[in-house]
Every structure is written in structure tokens, then in C-alpha cells.
Design a protein around this ligand. Structure first.
Ligand SMILES: *Cc1c(COP(=O)(O)O)cnc(C)c1O
Length: 809
């Protein structure tokens, strides 16, 4: 890509303002600049996009398709500039024209088409696929409303709709000519063909048009542009059944159109939990049917190979079980449209799909009422039923030792369809997302399936794109790293390891210190501007940002804050390094316990932040509407990364990796990828505490834990719990009795009380360590040095070699 200079960009921006918007630079605002800059970037992207597609078709490469109900991509202007090699020139050009780049980039509304880690993973993977020159594309849904916008009002979470498409979205291209029809409901009729084979015809189905909107996925400095294809639901025009309907059915039709709109209307806001809503099932089938139809059409048109060869040219990764209806949908198309036999179709299908498991939480495991699927998708249900039948027979005859287990293995059992079982049976690969998570799948959660299919199971530890999370989010640190070790790490993030040589170099550590401090000041300014609260930028920035979930234990964190506050009230002059506890978290709107914790954090904040007795040693900041753009502001400023899930519960975590890469030290449990961080950096460069996974699982299995005992014997805990029960934080009629009762009546299922003391002790260790500035900085640099291992480039290379068998082009 030709290097675009600042001067040329200024000229282009100025001209475009006049030609496209009829204004001069002097009269333009940041939004005008955002629009024209995006348009200039698109001029760079479009020819490469066209050429990439043409090249893939010409060479007939094997393609990977990543199917996901969520893509949490955030803003694209800055990352597209970065990947096009134009970011520095653009920043300079904007500044010279009198604009703050920050303001211009902020005009873009975050594409919040995901809940949290799972959706962000999909976005990081797309970035790595394009940057490593793999032919790989994403398929998702173009929700008109993304994840809700969170406001905090009187301490409570309030959800506002996120209409992110209010302004035209400059990165999408509508591809009407690629639209496909999706069919719901109706009746299935069976006929015998002359050759004796069966033909299935569908009648009286409700038809919906799936129209793709393509978003370019720009590779880093390599001219590759892959595609994220997002499907939008629209009425079918020119369809006989619609046109011939009588006039009086007009109003019925309006209703019908409204329900069509809903299919791509909004993203369900539940993270790691499952709700059996019919509309959600419709969304899932809408995604998979449009995507599979599209994939097959593309294969037939471009490869000129028989459909039985599909696995040679196509591999489909399904992100959790949400798109697992793709398996019966593939069977349907291969049999009913391509006329393959069951056996031939099954062979193709099970060589095309690979499944990623994201959780072992029981509340997140997807199952659907069999009747719901049968009613909404009659033909798909027949196929699922047949897959189940054959699978159960196979277990019965070939695995006598597992006969008793059939009810727990069956895809359809007790009137429900189990999506994880469908995904395992229908895929050639099943992967967990961190070492411990995969081990728990193999040894516990999916033990019997592992016995059936030992070769399917494999681990792929999650990753994050260092381009967004270091180069873009923390340019000062990125520049410093390049000054020290040269720029090779940008293409090969593992080379960050060269930083190790400098982890005791005082001159360098001072520079790191300076960068961290500048980032902290910037965040402190942002906090002041957002909340009116002044935080001490010399305090320890202790950060927990992630979805709010009981297993993630934000409650343990705020208990610690309350403990510190109680201590300071008793002894205001004690020698304590000032701390700023920063939270960001959205709760699912219907998750009562999670919302109580948000209210508690905000209430504690409103007391602590204004209490003159404690001399400003403690501040609690809850930043509302945690999303990608906010994460990019917070992470470069973090000193301590709170990763404190109940061991065994967090599949991997990726927030832990982002903060590590930005020099924060992890304070966490031996859970998810924390374990891999621990093993890399060594125990001297991380703060680990609390129950281990085996202990937690042991307590669940055998009992032996009594929360009431801890409450009775630990005065610090008793004090906090009683403060909650007695409504001591109960301003504005807010009380927190339910938190108290939830812990004691349910025997503290997430071990908050059990892990409290080790948590507190570990915080004391960390506080002491922080006082030794050089030692702390050295640990921080060590963490950055090892973080290249968690670049999603590394993860994607492993997927490509072990699972997808695709090559860099
Ligand atoms: C990385 C990220 C997550 C995932 O965070 P975890 O700490 O791994 O749960 C969620 N939301 C956003 C906006 C993120 O950037």
C-alpha cells in the first residue's frame, strides 16, 4: 500500500469536505471530519477488497468461515487507519487542520454487536485472520439495536436502547444481489422419487429475506481485505404468497413484516446465560441458514467441484453452540437440494464443522424445547431427530460401556434438544478456550463424549489482537517498545520477549514509568470529566472491567473496598498507599443479583468518595457503559488487573491478556488463562490467591464448606455482612439485605467468604510491592515481554494448522 503522507491527506480532507459536504475546513466539525476521513479510508480499502476476493476465487483456496451470533468490533476508523498504514499521517493531518483526533474518532458509534468476551474474541480473530493473510470470513447478524447503553441513575443500572445505526454506517456495503430466502414454519411432505429415494417438499412456510451487509476486515499492512458478512432480515418482495394475499390481509401482513424486522432487531443482552425465547431461536436459524446457503452457493460457483468435495475447500468454525443449527441445516441442503444420500451428506457435514466450547456453567448450556424447534423448523427437527437416532444406536451397539449413559448423551432427551451434544456429534473438532477449561471438558463436563471421540478434543487458548489492544490503544507504550527492541514485534508479537533483557534497566524502567503515569493522568482526566470525581494519579489504579456475573466476583472486590474503608475510618492516619478502584460492568437486565452488586459498588462509591475522614486515600469509580472504546481508555492506565473468578468458572478470560499486555500485574485466581499467565511469567510476577479449581469442584461434589462458620469467626467479614444487612449503606432507601441472605442461605456458592482472607492478604502483598517502584516496573515489563504469547495471531495460527488446515496466502 502506498504510504499516504500528511500533506496529501490534508489536501484530500479539505477537498472532500467541499465536494461531499459543501463546507470548508473552518466550518467543519468533528463529525464532518469523521465522515470524510472514513470515506478516504474506504477509497484505500475498496480496491484491495475487490482484489482479495478475486484472488481467493482465482486460486480456489480453502476458506474458513467463522459463524458467530456476536461480533464485538467496536469502532473501526482508527483500526482501519492503523492497518492501512495511515494512522500517524491521519492524526497529524487532523491536528494540523485544527482537530483533536480523539474527538474525530469518537464520532463513530461503537458497533456493540456482542455482549462481552465471546463477541470480542470473534472480532480479534477476524483481525488476525486478515493480518496473517488467511482466507477467512465472519458471518453474523446485523442487529439494528446492539447491546444496551448503560446509565447509572441513583446507583442503579438503567438500560437504554443502543440504536447504533442512527447515522449511516460508513463501513458497510449492502449486497442485495446476494440475498437469500429463509423459511420458517410450514409443513413437510415426503415423496418417493422414481429411483426410490425420498424427496422432501415444504409447504406454507413463512419466508424471510436475508440481505447481507458486508464490512471489510482490513489486514495489517498487507493489502488483504477479508469480509464480515452481517445478515439483515427483510420481507420477501415479489413472492407469490405475499402478492396474491387479499387486501384484507394487508394489516396481517404489516404485522408479519414487523415480526420479520424483529429477527435482526436486537441482540439478546445475556452473557453466559441461556434463555429459551422463540425469537432467539429464529435469529439463530436465520444466521445459519443464510450463511450455509451462501457458503454452498459460493463453493458451487467458484470451485467447480462436486459438492461431496466441500470439506476440501470449506471449514466452518462455530462460536459456541449458538450457531449449531448449521449442522442440520447443512444436512438439509445437501440432501433436499443437492440430493446426496444421508450417509454422503453426513460425511461431508462432519468434515466441515468445528465447534468451540466457551463455558461449563450449567446456566449457560443451551437446550431448546423439542416442540419449539419442531414447530418453527419442522424439516430441521426431522434431521436432528435422525442424527440423534443414529448416534444413540451407535453408542448402544459400539460402546456397551456407555449404554447407561445414553440419556445424558442423547441429543434429544426428555423433550429437549441439547445443542452442545449436537455440536460435538456433528463436528470433527471440539475445542476449549484455555488449558484448564479443555481439561475440565475432557475429565468432567464432557467426559463421556471424550471417551467416544478422544481425537476430536483439543485446546486453543484465546488471544487478543495486539494491534488494537497495544498499538492503537496505547501508542506511547508501543512507541517506547519499538524504541527499545525495534519494530519487529509488531509483525511477530512473540518478539516482545526481547524486552526481558531490559527488565532491570533503570533508564528504561523510568521511561515505562513515565508512559504509565501519562496514561493514568489521561484516565484521571477522563474520570473527572465523566463523573466529576478527582482521583489521585499517583494512587494504585486497581481495575476490574468485565460483564457483571456472580462467578466473576465483583462482590469480593467491593467487600475488600468496604474492609479498607472500615479500617481507614478506625485509623485514618494509617500508612496506606492511596488506591483507586475502577469498575466497569454491564449486568443482564433480568439478572437481579448482578444488579444488586452494581448498586452496591455505586453506593459504596458515593460514600467513600466524599468522606473527608479518610483523606482521599480511597476512591471508587464505576464508569458507566463499559464497551470496547471505554476498555481502550482504561486498560493502558491499569496497575492491577483483577481476575478473581471462582476457580473453574472462567473458561479463559481475555481482559486478563489485554491488561497484561499493557503492563498491569494480574491479581487473580488460578482460573482460565490466568494459569497460563502465571506459568509464563512465574509466581514472582503475578499475585495469585484463593481456592484452586480442584478444591472448588471437590466442595461442590462432597460438601465440607460452611459459609456461616466463616461469618461467625471472621470479624472483618461479619462486620461487612452486618453492614449490608442493617442497611448501613442504605441511602436513598437502598438496602442490601438480599446480598447478605443470598450468601448465607445458599452457602456462598461462589466462595466469596472463603476466599476473602487470602484475597485481602494478597492485596497487602501487592500494595507493599507497589511501593518498590523499580521492582514493580520490572515485573510490569516482564509481563509485557511474555504477553506476545497471547496475541490472537498465535491463536489463529494454531486454529489454522491444527483444525482448519488452511494456509497463509
Ligand atoms: C475483553 C472484553 C471483554 C472480556 O473481558 P473478560 O475480563 O475476559 O471477561 C468484555 N467486554 C469488553 C468490552 C472487552 O473489551
Amino acid at each position: 500500500m502506498p504510504q499516504v503522507t500528511t500533506r496529501l491527506l490534508k489536501e484530500k480532507l479539505t477537498n472532500k469536505l467541499i465536494i461531499d459536504r459543501g463546507i470548508q475546513v473552518e466550518d467543519a466539525n468533528s463529525k464532518d471530519m469523521y465522515i470524510v476521513l472514513a470515506s478516504i479510508v474506504n477509497e484505500e480499502i475498496m480496491p484491495n477488497w475487490f482484489n482479495t476476493n478475486k484472488h481467493y476465487i482465482k486460486k480456489n483456496y480453502k476458506q474458513v468461515y467463522y459463524l458467530s451470533m456476536e461480533f464485538l468490533i467496536g469502532r473501526l476508523l482508527e483500526s482501519n487507519l492503523l492497518n492501512c498504514g495511515m494512522l500517524n499521517a491521519a492524526k497529524e493531518a487532523l491536528e494540523e487542520l485544527g482537530f483533536h483526533p480523539e474527538d474525530v474518532f469518537s464520532e463513530e458509534h461503537d458497533a456493540g454487536l456482542g455482549n462481552g468476551g465471546l463477541g470480542r474474541l470473534a472480532a480479534c480473530f477476524l483481525d488476525s485472520l486478515a493480518s496473517l493473510q488467511y482466507p477467512g470470513h465472519g458471518y453474523g447478524i446485523r442487529y439494528r439495536y446492539g447491546l444496551f447503553e448503560q446509565r447509572i441513575i441513583h446507583g442503579n443500572q438503567v438500560e437504554l436502547p443502543d440504536y447504533w445505526l442512527k447515522d449511516p454506517y460508513p463501513w458497510e456495503v449492502r449486497k442485495e444481489e446476494e440475498a437469500v430466502v429463509i423459511q420458517f414454519h410450514g409443513k413437510v411432505h415426503m415423496f418417493k422419487r422414481n429411483d426410490g429415494s425420498l424427496e422432501f417438499k415444504y409447504e406454507n412456510t413463512d419466508k424471510v429475506m436475508a440481505v447481507p451487509y458486508d464490512v471489510p476486515v482490513v489486514g495489517y499492512n498487507n493489502d488483504v481485505v477479508n469480509t464480515l458478512r452481517l445478515w439483515s432480515a427483510e420481507p420477501v418482495f415479489g413472492d407469490d404468497t405475499n402478492v396474491s394475499s387479499a387486501n384484507q390481509e394487508f394489516y396481517h401482513d404489516l404485522d408479519h413484516q414487523h415480526s420479520i424486522d424483529q429477527i435482526s432487531g436486537f441482540l439478546y443482552p445475556d452473557d453466559s446465560s441461556y434463555e429459551g425465547k422463540e425469537l432467539r431461536l429464529k435469529q439463530q436459524y436465520f444466521l445459519v441458514s443464510s450463511s450455509i446457503q451462501n457458503i454452498i452457493k459460493h463453493f458451487k460457483k467458484n470451485s467447480k467441484m462436486p459438492i461431496s468435495k466441500l470439506p476440501e475447500k470449506v471449514v466452518i468454525q462455530i462460536n459456541d453452540t449458538h450457531p449449531s443449527l448449521a449442522i442440520p441445516e447443512m444436512m438439509r441442503i445437501l440432501m433436499d437440494e443437492e440430493r446426496l444420500s444421508w450417509d454422503a451428506a453426513w460425511k461431508v457435514t462432519t468434515n466441515v464443522f468445528a465447534y468451540t466450547n466457551h463455558t461449563t456453567l450449567s446456566e449457560a448450556l443451551e437446550t431448546w424445547q423439542a416442540e419449539m424447534i419442531q414447530y418453527l423448523l419442522p424439516r430441521i427437527y426431522m434431521i436432528i431427530d435422525e442424527i440423534n437416532e443414529q448416534f444413540c444406536k451407535q453408542v448402544w451397539f459400539d460402546h456397551e460401556e456407555l449404554r447407561d449413559k445414553i440419556p445424558e448423551l442423547a441429543i434429544v432427551a426428555y423433550g429437549r434438544v441439547h445443542m452442545a451434544r449436537l455440536a460435538i456429534v456433528g463436528s470433527f473438532s471440539v475445542n476449549g478456550v484455555a488449558r484448564i477449561h479443555t481439561e475440565i471438558l475432557k475429565k468432567k463436563e464432557m467426559k463421556d463424549f471424550y471417551a467416544l471421540y478422544p481425537n476430536k478434543f483439543n485446546n486453543k487458548t484465546n488471544g487478543i489482537t495486539h494491534r488494537r489492544w497495544l498499538l492503537q490503544a496505547n501508542p506511547k507504550l508501543a512507541n517506547l517498545i519499538t524504541d527499545v527492541i525495534g519494530p519487529q514485534w509488531i509483525k511477530r508479537p512473540k518478539q516482545l520477549i526481547s524486552l526481558l533483557k531490559y527488565s532491570n534497566d533503570r533508564v528504561l524502567l523510568d521511561k515505562f514509568d513515565q508512559v504509565k503515569n501519562e496514561n493514568k493522568t489521561a484516565l484521571a482526566n477522563y474520570i473527572h470529566q465523566q463523573t466529576g470525581i478527582l482521583v489521585d494519579d499517583n494512587s494504585i489504579f486497581d481495575v476490574q472491567i468485565k460483564r457483571l456475573h456472580e462467578y466473576k466476583r465483583q462482590l469480593l472486590n467491593i467487600f475488600h473496598v468496604i474492609y479498607l474503608y472500615n479500617e481507614l475510618k478506625e485509623n485514618p492516619n494509617q500508612n496506606m498507599t492511596p488506591r483507586t478502584f475502577i469498575f466497569g460492568a454491564k449486568a443482564a437486565p433480568s439478572y437481579y443479583q448482578a444488579k444488586e452488586v452494581i448498586k452496591l459498588i455505586n453506593t459504596v462509591a458515593s460514600i467513600v468518595n466524599y468522606d473527608k475522614d479518610i483523606g482521599g486515600k480511597l476512591k471508587v469509580i464505576f464508569l458507566e457503559n463499559y464497551n470496547i472504546s471505554l476498555a481502550e481508555k482504561i486498560i493502558p492506565a491499569a496497575d492491577i488487573s483483577e481476575q478473581i473468578s471462582t476457580a473453574s468458572k472462567e473458561a479463559s478470560g481475555t481482559g486478563n491478556m489485554k491488561m497484561m499486555m499493557n503492563g498491569a500485574l494480574t491479581l487473580g485466581t488460578m482460573d482460565g488463562a490466568n494459569i497460563e499467565i502465571h506459568d509464563l511469567v512465574g509466581e514472582d510476577n503475578i499475585f495469585i490467591f484463593g481456592l484452586r479449581a480442584e478444591e472448588v469442584l471437590g466442595y461442590y461434589q462432597n460438601g465440607g464448606y460452611n459459609a456461616q462458620d466463616i461469618y461467625n469467626t471472621d470479624d472483618r467479614i461479619k462486620r461487612i455482612m452486618d453492614q449490608l444487612k442493617q442497611g448501613e449503606f442504605g441511602i436513598h432507601d437502598i438496602e442490601f439485605k438480599d446480598i447478605y441472605y443470598n450468601i448465607l442461605y445458599h452457602n456462598d456458592p461462589y466462595f466469596v467468604l472463603k476466599d476473602f482472607e487470602p484475597y485481602l492478604e494478597t492485596h497487602e502483598l501487592a500494595e507493599r510491592a507497589y511501593r518498590n517502584r523499580q521492582a514493580w516496573l520490572s515485573m510490569s515489563v516482564t509481563n509485557i515481554a511474555y504477553s506476545g504469547k497471547f496475541s490472537s495471531d498465535q491463536t489463529i495460527k494454531e486454529y489454522a494448522t491444527d483444525i482448519w488446515k488452511i494456509k497463509q496466502v
